[in-house]
Design a protein around this ligand. Structure first.
Ligand SMILES: [Fe+2]
Length: 318
């Protein structure tokens, strides 16, 4: 455990080596892969995602839903904690730092977010308070905690002939920020290319930083993709309350969105999750009233979106 304060530290058991991540890829034989990071306890977004998958199946396509961690966060009631986890755990899932700290809290880790310096101390403190409240609900659900403990920290699979690596944070830590827009923009493509070489992945999908980005480029003569879906259950873009998930196709161009969902994100492999903002706000406000930690940190984003324009999603690195 480092000496950093709660919410900024990165527990040792979060760490792994890039070289081990794709050593034993599974075989993912479905036609379509949804990677769903950051549901954040939103049951209405989950309704929409399951309806999107049902529409794919009705059109004759098999679908793998893979929840890429942090599916818990705002679901701070015993009832909603139970509902979110039971529904998500019917699908494929892996750990985010939120689930790690709910299932098996690390001493002094707080929310386990491993926040970097560019995130303000007040935000970090609020996230620690959200986690403490959520841990109270998790404490009363031993069976769910036991299920969460069995989830993997990463998944890799051969999908559509490509080696696909799904991570919550970055290739060195479950809560790493090395794939954040801020970090990648500062470092340039070098460290990212090194991670592609070390993992041998064609596609890396991640989530933890909660803002979407898509990068594509060539490393050692092979086309590679990096996709962060941002948040499935919370707004991602300016003036847009919808969540986002990543959709990969084994038979169409890898990252082309499904017909019928084409919109301003066409071509970047992210699909909007169009849930009812009014229903979600009513639930959120009941659980997290004005002045609460989550309301202070997130309500404005839920209502107005972020300051990220759609064109900003595609990341250009030199
Ligand atoms: Fe996270």
């Amino acid at each position: 455990m480092s000496a950093q304060p709660a919410g900024r530290s990165c527990p040792l058991h979060y760490r792994y080596r890039p070289q081990q991540l794709c050593q034993a890829p599974e075989t993912w034989g479905e036609d379509v892969l949804y990677v769903i990071g950051g549901l954040y306890g939103n049951p209405f977004a989950l309704d929409t995602i399951e309806a999107m998958a049902a529409a794919e199946r009705a059109a004759g396509r098999s679908v793998r839903l893979l929840f890429n961690g942090d599916f818990n966060w705002f679901n701070a009631s015993d009832e909603l904690f139970d509902i979110i986890n039971r529904r998500v755990l019917r699908h494929h899932a892996m750990l985010g730092n939120v689930e790690v700290e709910l299932a098996n809290p690390s001493s002094g880790a707080g929310c386990g977010c491993g926040y970097p310096e560019f995130v303000d101390d007040t935000v970090v403190a609020r996230s620690n308070r959200i986690m403490a409240r959520l841990q109270g609900h998790a404490h009363r659900h031993a069976e769910i905690r036991d299920q969460l403990k069995t989830l993997p920290r990463w998944r890799s699979g051969i999908f559509g002939g490509l080696k696909v690596l799904v991570l919550h944070g970055d290739p060195e830590s479950l809560a790493g920020w090395g794939l954040s827009r801020e970090h990648l923009t500062a470092t340039g493509v070098g460290p990212l290319a090194q991670w592609f070489r070390q993992t041998d992945a064609d596609v890396i999908l991640c989530s933890h930083t909660c803002l979407p980005l898509v990068w594509s480029g060539e490393v050692e003569g092979r086309r590679r993709w990096l996709v962060n879906n941002g948040s499935a259950g919370m707004a991602n873009l300016l003036g847009d309350h919808r969540g986002l998930i990543a959709r990969l196709s084994a038979s169409e161009p890898l990252l082309t969105p499904l017909a019928g969902h084409r919109g301003e994100l066409d071509g970047v492999g992210l699909l909007p999750v169009d849930f009812s903002r009014e229903k979600w706000l009513a639930t959120f406000d009941r659980l997290w009233p004005v002045g609460s930690a989550a309301a202070q940190s997130y309500r404005q984003r839920i209502v107005e979106g972020t300051d990220l324009a759609c064109d900003d999603v595609i990341l250009c690195l030199s």
